[in-house]
Design a protein around this ligand. Structure first.
Ligand code: FAD
Length: 377
């Protein structure tokens, strides 16, 4: 196969930027067009729910640099893709042809407000984070809907500011991903910090603008600030009619190739297809976006990717604890305690999954990521 001359990368965030850097790293000297949708350019999202909520000086530390990459940067969202003509159209009227296309348009926050209901607060973008920080400055009480990583990071920001906070979810905190053991430890820690943890049934938002939630049993809880953290939805609207995307995102194989020749995808927009044809898995974490950006770049250049399209490392910061995880999820049952103490807030835990693969969690314990990876084997 002849390597492509012109490559279009849609999505100016970690997956797209990694793709562009890797294309140059691998020696691609031809044209690269990077299409972005945010005026402020590319920035890191993980700090948005951590440092950025604490301190506005963090805003200036988030940007990704594009120096020396020699790209044509188009800051206007892609609105359509014509996969037969190999052209992407942008909102500002440009039509950009490509030999290879890498789709990296990520995801947006899933919203749960009723149609027309105003004032739902979410956290996905830098603008969202700035707005949330301002609202935290003024809030005397807070309600967080969703006790996953993001929800619990926002709960942590409330606790750090002394704002009484309730977190509401169908399941106990983090249980769906990290299993019952870590969930119970985090719930206990949250309650020790004065957080009210409410589980059971689907919550709906009340008020217009939003001022609280109604729980499944009819109980209504209200607060100055209500934030919803109910997952994310892949940004696939611009791919309508291409057959590239479904509800789960853009399906990719182990080389980040889509079903259409010459088109690849990376990051939160992707869904790794299974061989059996069952819906694949989404892994909307930073390290996987990097791994897929690298793999998509290699594949776009008709090279074999150096690594798999999945990096099962991620981290979070909850109630003063740094939690790092390497290995397959979700986590079943009780772990082995390798070191330390969970109630003491510093422990190293391992699980062996059904397939014999090991998952390692550092729970508040300072440990370099390479060491954690080595322990996972
Ligand atoms: C608040 C927050 C905290 C997080 N914390 C962690 C963490 O602690 N650890 C961790 O592992 N992961 C974390 N994540 C997840 C991590 O940030 C994502 O996995 C990562 O950002 C995915 O990168 P991406 O490039 O695929 O997509 P995104 O970061 O979603 O970027 C996609 C880009 O494409 C743009 N775009 C959308 N539509 C179009 C279009 N039509 N045309 C052109 N551009 C378009 C978007 O504006 C956006 O800039 C966090 C995410 C958030 C939101």
């Amino acid at each position: 196969m002849t390597p492509p001359r012109s490559i279009v990368v849609a999505g100016e965030s970690i997956a797209g930027i990694t793709t562009v850097r890797e294309l140059r790293e691998l020696g691609h000297a031809g044209a690269i067009t990077l299409i972005g949708a945010e005026d402020c350019g590319a920035y890191a999202r993980p700090p948005l729910s951590k440092a950025v909520l604490k301190d506005d000086r963090a805003d200036d530390t988030l940007g990704y640099r594009l120096d020396g990459l020699d790209i044509d940067l188009v800051r206007s969202p892609a609105v359509t893709a014509d996969v037969d003509r190999r052209v992407v159209a942008t909102a500002n009227g440009r039509e950009i042809g490509y030999d290879a296309l890498v789709i990296a348009t990520g995801a947006r926050a899933r919203r749960i407000a009723a149609p027309g209901q105003r004032g739902e607060t979410v956290l996905r973008t830098l603008d969202d984070a700035r707005l949330l920080r301002t609202r935290l400055d003024a809030a005397r009480s807070a309600l967080v809907v969703g006790a996953g990583f993001l929800g619990l990071e926002i709960v942590s920001a409330c606790v750090a500011r002394g704002i009484p906070v309730t977190v509401v979810d169908v399941d106990p905190p983090l249980r769906r991903i990290l299993g019952p053991f870590v969930s119970e430890a985090i719930t206990t820690r949250a309650e020790e910090h004065g957080v009210r943890v409410v589980t059971g049934g689907q919550a709906t938002l009340t008020g217009d603008p939003v001022d609280g939630v109604r729980l499944a049993d009819g109980t209504v809880l209200t607060a100055d600030l209500v934030v919803t953290c109910c997952g994310e939805i892949p940004n696939t609207a611009w791919l309508a009619g291409t057959g590239l995307a479904d509800l789960h995102g853009v399906g990719i194989d182990q080389a980040c190739a889509t079903a259409v020749p010459g088109i690849f995808a990376a990051g939160d927009i992707t869904c790794l297809r299974t061989d059996s044809g069952r819906p694949g898995t989404r892994t909307p974490f930073w390290s996987t976006a990097v791994a897929q950006g690298k793999a998509a770049a290699a594949s776009a250049l008709t090279l074999d990717p150096a690594g798999p399209p999945l990096d099962d490392y991620f981290w979070t910061e909850i109630l003063g604890l740094s939690i790092k995880v390497v290995g397959p999820l979700p986590l079943p049952g009780e772990p082995d305690l390798v070191e330390g103490s969970v109630p003491g807030g510093s422990a190293l835990l391992t699980w062996i999954g059904q397939n014999g693969q090991r998952t390692v969690v550092s729970y508040g314990k300072r440990i370099p990521v390479p060491k954690l990876r080595a322990l996972a084997g």
